[in-house]
Design a protein around this ligand. Structure first.
Ligand code: ADP
Length: 395
């Protein structure tokens, strides 16, 4: 039996997990706990193609993870005989401090807690997940893998906001990025797919899920990314604005009487595709577009326009472009978004092949024409597999 790593992604009201054999990337078992602390919890555990589901209250993360471990014992696989060697935890905000995975100890826990002001929506839940997992699985090492690590060495010119230096330094205001595990995995895999050394490629990765981010990667190192101090900056997302004039905040505060928390909620949860067209799921937007809904049409146009702007900007930042890769829920499944985002970019050497681009993509695939100077790919992201591999690499 080869070694396995339990990968845990702990959110504010959910825990997602996968038991992975990192060498092969095989998912042995997976599942999730949802609606933690909400009175009506839901659990799903998948093993050998069979789903076991439970509907019961899950008062807190500790109770949720305890139930998950019971499911491993009852339904399988037994964690000890499955060869578990470590637990890998996704942590969103690692600040400028963590440039790679680390073994969790009291210092690391204190750092994750200390970084909560910079990752208020994610770090508290990530921290809670690590704490309960360490209590319940005390015999294996726990490793934190940070979403920001891949971007921790962004050039200063890309990481720095043009803000008063003293204020920025004191409050650690700079661009940290997010989704780094995905951008790292996808850019490395893209080089394998095109069969060229990572070191010689200028790449753009478009991670388009509910959250969405773009990165510019030269020789395997990130040189720019669209998410900023928090995941709010950049592309249009399911429910987030992405780039917006900061003066909109002052305007809403002064003239609409909105408080900071209300504006935070508006920008993070009630904007993006949802704010523009009423739905954060792009499939619903396409359905509305087909019915002639003007708001849905505009939402897609704004989405694609923003993507094109970032592609052009990153090609300029890198002085050219060799490979452009789509990934995550929308990037992998939505051929309409892929083609609308790249429309009119032939001048950059980007030529999408309509037949290759058609439909959903489950394995890495070239979707550009043979004559396209830029190779356009779809590479399904494997964040959990990457977390498992980075976890194992540390042991
Ligand atoms: P996250 O991990 O950020 O929650 P995902 O990467 O799972 O997001 O992407 C979720 C999004 O992917 C959904 O909001 C939906 O718009 C899109 N999506 C999922 N499946 C499809 C599909 N078959 N066709 C088009 N879009 C899809």
């Amino acid at each position: 039996m080869s070694s396995t790593v339990l990968v845990i992604n702990s959110g504010s009201s959910s825990i997602k997990y996968q038991l992975i054999e990192p060498d092969e990337g095989t998912v042995v078992a997976s599942g999730l706990v949802e609606r933690i602390g909400e009175g009506s919890g839901h659990l799903r555990h998948t093993y050998r193609g069979k789903d076991t589901t439970l509907a019961e209250p899950v008062p807190d993360h500790g109770a949720g993870l305890r139930r998950v471990l019971e499911l491993f014992a009852e339904v399988g696989p037994d964690l000890a005989s499955a060869g578990i060697v470590a637990v890998g935890h996704r942590v969103v905000q690692g600040g400028a401090r963590y440039s790679g995975p680390v073994l969790v100890d009291e210092k690391v826990l204190a750092d994750i807690e200390e970084l909560i002001p910079l990752g208020p929506l994610h770090n508290p839940a990530n921290l809670r997940g690590i704490e309960v997992a360490r209590e319940l699985l005390p015999d294996v090492p726990h490793v934190a893998v940070f979403d920001t690590a891949f971007f921790s060495e962004l050039p200063d010119s890309a990481a720095t906001y043009a803000l008063d230096r003293e204020v920025a330094t004191r409050y650690r205001v700079r661009r940290y990025g997010a989704h780094g595990t995905s951008h790292q995995y996808v850019s490395r895999t893209a080089a394998e797919v095109v069969g060229r050394p990572l070191a010689e490629l200028r790449q753009i990765v478009l991670h388009l899920g509910n959250g969405a981010s773009a990165s510019a990667v030269v020789g395997g190192r990130a040189v720019d990314t669209s998410m900023g101090m928090t995941p709010l900056e950049g592309l249009v997302m399911g429910t987030r604005t992405g780039d917006i004039d900061p003066a909109v905040i002052f305007h809403l505060h002064r003239n609409a009487g909105m408080g900071v928390d209300e504006i935070d909620d508006l920008f993070n949860r009630r904007s993006g595709l949802k704010g523009l067209a009423g739905h954060n799921d792009v499939r619903e937007i396409h359905r509305l577009v087909a019915e002639g809904d003007a708001a849905a049409r505009l939402a897609l146009d704004v989405y694609s326009h923003r993507l094109r702007k970032y592609i052009g900007a990153y090609a300029a930042v890198m002085g050219g472009l060799d490979v452009l890769t789509f990934t995550a829920g929308i990037g992998e499944n939505d051929d309409i978004v892929r083609s609308e985002a790249l429309a009119g970019l032939e001048f950059l050497g980007i030529e999408l092949d309509p037949e290759r681009n058609a439909g959903r993509v489950k394995e890495p695939k070239v979707v550009s024409t043979d004559s396209s100077a830029v190779t356009v790919l779809v590479v399904p992201t494997r964040e959990e597999q990457e977390i498992a591999q980075q976890t194992l690499s540390l042991l």
